[in-house]
Design a protein around this ligand. Structure first.
Ligand SMILES: [Cu+2]
Length: 535
């Protein structure tokens, strides 16, 4: 491209020097703007801290045959997720809640190492109910940050025992996640089962109420008053649901090692859809079990070993039958797969349900009919989803592009309608839709009882959604292309979208513009020089 004649080579050189200076200046500005880009992309980092929940299947399969074993527990204070978008400073053994299940054989001698990481803010220790001696180890394991304590004990009693930190204020160390279990098997070992799972119930006491987004500090006042915000299995809301559900097959024998770490509440351990064939009360694994139990009481600081058989396929639900605690996170599921067994369990006539049953309220509530989608491809229909008894109704919906879905909260508590998978939540700013509507602000705006919220679907696809504060509530919407429409197929309705820009976006766009400008000027200066050379 020709932008002007260059007569003298001296003028050309001067011109080039000026251009080069300008280009360097622009480059510096562009580079300075890069931090704004990265800041914008990473978003609310605090809300996406690592998961500290212990996998329920992470269990040694058998005790070591050795007479003397060495066990190392590292005490670590670590930021992690307490629920989606909720972070908490956990105090842990080996980085997870609960800490590892230590599997011993009767009469084994254990050399126990307690290593407290240098970056810990306080002393930690261990008291195990399996250890005979003052403080269950607490008296000889107090370990300041950066140090190690070593002691030994002999496992003289078979059983399923809690361990926890025993550094004052002891209940505070337990309430922050410092607990796990020691299983001491009898000499003959435990009977064989098909599946073993390790589950610990524990309470968390946070500054903000259940579900409040962002970092939540520990509330000593709530802990002292025994009013937890969270009652969870394995250290976080959703540790045993969705993708992390326990898996089993029809006919398999399932064994659960269950700890109630408390520190305050007793647990009414129950499996919805199952009967506990054998209950080894209070962790007494060598006593004859109770047979055919519905619910077993596990005191704070106690445990139970239960065994049962999955007779039919489907979902079994693990709860504390003080059932309002499911609103605080105490919920787990076992997905049982295999052939149906209609003689044991099958429907004979399915009534049309227009309300919903929930585990906390088994009434069938009748509400007005929801508008079912019409497969006509019209673009102005509206569909209602009712929120009732902590469920979306209908939970699955097929609509066409252009349909507006309105969620009406007829429940007695607040919920959200948030696009994504509760097990791997999308960053707030990237969600297709979210009724909480305050991406990155650290607050969740709840859709309160009686309120409604709408979203118009403009792009075909399958959308999963859930409630941020009750992640066991899930729904799915399938959006089909409008019938007879070619242009929008696969691309959605491009007439109905908007872009919201914030300051960082604008800076990013400016930086991009500058980079393009610099590139253009480089090309121009080169072509200018070439011209200077040829004339
Ligand atoms: Cu501690």
């Amino acid at each position: 491209m020709r932008v002007g004649k260059v007569g003298e080579s001296g003028a050309s050189i001067k011109n080039c020097a000026a251009k080069a200076t300008f280009i360097v200046f622009l480059l510096i500005i562009s580079l300075l703007s890069i931090p704004f880009f990265t800041q914008n992309v990473s978003g609310d980092n605090a809300a996406y801290a690592p998961d500290r929940s212990k996998s329920p299947t992470d269990i040694p399969s058998a005790p070591s045959p050795a007479d003397r074993v060495v066990i190392t527990l590292v005490t670590e204070e670590k930021l992690g997720q307490l629920a989606d978008g909720v972070t908490y400073d956990f105090w842990t053994f080996n980085g997870t809640v609960p800490g590892p299940l230590i599997r011993l054989r009767l009469n084994q001698t254990v050399e126990m190492h307690i290593v407290n990481l240098p970056n810990s803010t306080m002393t930690h220790s261990i008291d195990s109910h399996a250890i005979l001696g003052p403080g269950g180890g607490g008296a000889i394991s107090q370990t300041p940050p950066g140090q190690e304590s070593i002691f030994q004990f002999k496992a003289l009693r078979a059983g399923l025992f809690m361990y926890h930190c025993a550094t004052p204020d002891i209940p505070t160390h337990i309430a922050n996640g410092m607990y796990g279990m020691i299983l001491v098997e009898p000499l003959g070992g435990l009977p064989k089962v098909d599946r073993e799972f390790y589950i610990a119930q524990g309470e968390f006491y946070t500054q903000g109420p259940f579900g409040q987004q962002g970092f939540q500090g520990y509330s000593f006042q709530k802990a002292d008053a025994e009013t937890p915000d969270y009652v969870v299995f394995n250290g976080r809301v959703g540790a045993l649901t969705g993708n992390r559900s326990l898996q089993a097959k029809v006919g398999e024998t399932i064994r659960i090692f269950f700890l109630n770490a408390g520190p305050n509440l007793d647990s009414s351990f129950h499996v919805i859809g199952g009967i506990l064939d054998r209950v080894y009360l209070e962790g007494s694994i060598i006593s004859p079990p109770l047979l055919n139990v519905q619910t077993t009481l596990v005191p704070a600081g106690g445990s139970v070993m239960v065994e049962f058989t999955a007779e039919v396929p489907g979902k079994l639900t693990i709860v504390d039958h003080s059932l309002f605690r499911i609103h605080h996170g105490a919920l787990g599921t076992i997905n049982v797969v295999g052939p149906p067994n209609p003689s044991i369990y099958s429907s004979i006539k399915n009534a049309t349900i227009t309300g919903n049953m929930s585990m906390s309220n088994m009434n069938v509530t009748t509400t007005e009919n929801t508008t079912l989608p019409t497969p006509t491809g019209t673009t102005s229909n509206t569909t209602i989803v009712t929120i009732l008894n902590s469920a979306y109704l209908p939970s699955q919906l097929t609509i066409t592009v252009g349909t507006t879905v309105t969620w009406i909260n007829k429940d007695s508590i607040g919920h959200t309608v948030t696009e994504g998978d509760p097990n791997s939540p999308t960053q707030p700013a990237l969600r297709t839709f979210d009724s909480s509507g305050q991406a990155g602000s650290g607050q969740v705006a709840l859709l309160q009882p009686g309120q409604s919220w709408s979203y118009t679907f403009t792009t075909p696809g399958t959308y999963n959604y859930y409630c941020i504060v009750h992640p066991y509530m899930t729904g799915q919407i399938t959006v089909l292309p409008a019938a007879g429409s070619n242009s929008s197929q696969g691309y959605g309705d491009l007439t109905n979208f908007e872009i919201t820009l914030n300051g960082k976006d604008l800076l990013g766009m400016c930086a991009f513009g500058i980079i393009v400008l610099v590139a253009l000027m480089l090309i121009l200066s080169r072509s200018g020089r070439k011209e200077g050379e040829t004339t």
